[in-house]
Design a protein around this ligand. Structure first.
Ligand SMILES: Nc1ncnc2c1ncn2[C@@H]1O[C@H](COP(=O)(O)OP(=O)(O)OP(=O)(O)O)[C@@H](O)[C@H]1O
Length: 229
């Protein structure tokens, strides 16, 4: 569960990126986070992953209090979150299988657990047959699926994706959103930052719109609009 209450965030240079932001995301929800460039979406993601801290207000993520979290607790917070970035961030000299298995090894999973789990997530994201490929041998959409498999492999409670379709064509973007929907149906909470207006409208999910560091609207049902400055 994610609970953000009256949270503000100010960068070191004095830029007030978030101003008294409030929203709550329950277990199992599917939420789009939208807003113009510079409105504060990435800052919200950074706050949820404890890369930055609120200067006021309260932010709870899966029972961790981000304002008070100790440095040594941050890896445990992050294990409850699977984060997917626009630029994939895969390890270039490892295969698809190894990229995903690596995330399990990093938290000390047994060889047996890895052998059981990795094929399951690769099948879930539609990458069976690509296990031995290196990222350079894959399309953009396939690379993004590897990133999603890696984010999912440790069974996080929440998947957070920052512009996951930013580098994909409309057809691949739609397929990717369908995959996120499937992951959500299997029980994982999904939070997606996106500029892909058509997709957001098409899926009819809850949409939180950020404008100049504040929540401008929070409603379910798709259609949204904002002015790019
Ligand atoms: N490291 C930083 N130091 C100082 N100011 C920053 C930093 N990162 C972001 N900002 C500022 O904070 C505000 C919010 O930025 P943020 O990256 O959260 O926006 P965004 O909605 O994710 O934009 P985009 O859609 O372009 O990725 C902007 O005014 C930006 O200039």
């Amino acid at each position: 569960m994610i609970s953000v209450k009256e949270a503000s965030m100010v960068y070191d240079n004095g830029c007030r990126a978030l101003n008294k932001v409030t929203f709550r995301i329950e277990e199992g929800e599917f939420v789009f986070l939208v807003g113009a460039s510079g409105s504060g979406k990435s800052t919200i993601i950074k706050m949820l992953t404890a890369e930055v801290r609120p200067v006021e207000g309260r932010v709870l993520v899966n029972n961790f209090n981000i304002g008070k979290i100790k440095k040594r607790e941050i890896p445990y917070l992050r294990r409850t979150l699977g984060v997917v970035y626009q630029d994939f961030r895969l390890i270039e000299n490892k295969t698809v299988y190894e990229n995903v298995a690596f995330a399990m090894r990093a938290i000390g999973a047994s060889g047996k657990a890895i052998k059981n789990r990795v094929p399951y997530v690769l099948e879930l994201v539609g990458l069976i047959g690509k296990e031995d490929c290196r990222p350079v041998e894959l399309s953009g959409g396939e690379q993004q699926r590897v990133a999603i498999a890696r984010a999912l492999v440790n069974n996080p409670r929440v998947i957070i994706a920052d512009e996951p379709t930013g580098n994909l064509d409309p057809e691949r973007s739609l397929e990717l959103m369908v995959l996120f929907e499937k992951i959500n149906e299997l029980g994982t909470t999904v939070l997606i930052v996106t500029h892909a207006k058509e997709l957001v409208d098409q899926f009819g999910k809850r949409v939180i719109m950020i404008n100049k560091g504040e929540v401008a609207s929070d409603q379910t049902g798709g259609y949204y609009t904002y002015e790019e400055e």
